[in-house]
Design a protein around this ligand. Sequence first.
Ligand code: SF4
Length: 512
Amino acid sequence: MSGEVKEECALAAVSLSKKLDSYPKGAAAFYLYKMLLQQQHRGQLSAGITTYKKDRKQVIDTYKKLGKVDNAFKTFRKEKFYGILNKYAGSIGIGHLRYSTCGADDVGFAQPFERHHGRRWKWFSFAFNGNIANYASLKKELADSDYHLIRDVDTEALMHHMSKQMIGSEKKGIEDVFANLAQIIDGAYSLVYMNADGELAVIRDPVGFKPLCYAEKDGDFFAASESVAFNGDGSMKVHDVQPGEVVLVSDGNVEKKRFAKCEKKAHCIFEWVYFANPRSIIDGQGVYEARQNLGIALAKHESQKMDKDFIVVPVPDTAKPSGDALAFELGVPSKEGIMRNRYIGRTFIESDSRAEKVKEKYSIIKSIVEGKKILLVEDTIVRGTTTKNLIERLKKYGKAKEIHLRVACPPILAPCFYGIDMSTINELIAPGYVKDIAEGITEEESAKFAKDYGVESLIYLPKDELAKAIGLPKNELCMGCLNANYPTPEGKRLYGSALENSKSGSKKRTYE
Ligand code: SF4
């Protein structure tokens, strides 16, 4: 995928049980900073936190800035960094990293979203990872009730719908608020929530699209999108928040409650294929192991007879475990013929020319690839522009003899309405080659694709290998973008509109 689709968002939450001075400076703010930093790969557009401190005038208070975690927290100036930690020091907190799938690149869209209210239980802050597929109807409902949306983004609509659930003078439990919301929301939402009563909740939608996990240690509670956020060394016992479950933390007590029935699980396959950090374990399945298994599965379908000229070159970094595993299985070396510049910032990313971007981001090591038959391993192909550019440069400047493209995921044939940045059919490359979405790509179609792409051969991972490699039953995974079998009614409906738009050649996003 090579950066064609940006990561999603990251969530973090913490509740500390001891006196604040027994923790590092900032307490909850410090742990949120650390957890967001470990999940930077999921979003680089903005970083934000809300913390709770009982005796602070602003009982819950939110800090958010554009940029990566270190920029937002100003770690380049020690006194500024500690100034932020001091100001937002607290015992409870939530945090968010954003990569936008909708909404502008403006700090007003950064999360958490705090909704102020004079009554403590109605004064809340929340952050979410996902996309509300039926946003258009939720927005209309608000407009019909004379609500005014400032930012026109699903987070804002969600905030108002939460507030609507709290109308009345009697305090409602968080699980009741979300039980009612689940009746009207269709889409993906892993969510962290807190209020000025000092209550914290972590919530996962009824099918569990996006990851969300938690752990407890010495009376403290930590939660995040990915286990790598707080458990990099594997010393904690991590639990996944189950689809339709809310984990509530109040006065140091942790309680699991069900706010919605889980009829069917539908975890997004892309977490294992591309998004998540390889050190994370999601829904019990290691990301690194899944990527290795994808490479092993690809090896079973290899059509070329290996000789001394073959090498495997994985497209860095996400395809590396699959590439290495493929190479091991085939008995050929895996080499870093393409190197990625890890220090490229957003200024460059904003550049207009796609080819220039790819060139700045990836360099070719000619001494590795010259005269070689390359098995080029990609994690997946979405729009195809980056991979094509790499292939052209491997041949033209690297003087590679042959390139055989191997893709560790089946073709992306349909859009995503649940928060991944590919929402129209016409922006995808594979649908232009595949006639029957149910059948998938045929040998003939692969050959035509390979010819247009300028490679000697092309093999995609067959569909039935994917769930096996991840290690979960097929019916517990969302594969909507592979087979148009969407797990929610609104996804099915939006696919119908996307097909219509596609016929008219439109790249209009279907959920706006
Ligand atoms: S449609 Fe594809 S990208 Fe979207 S949630 Fe499902 S598997 Fe993930």
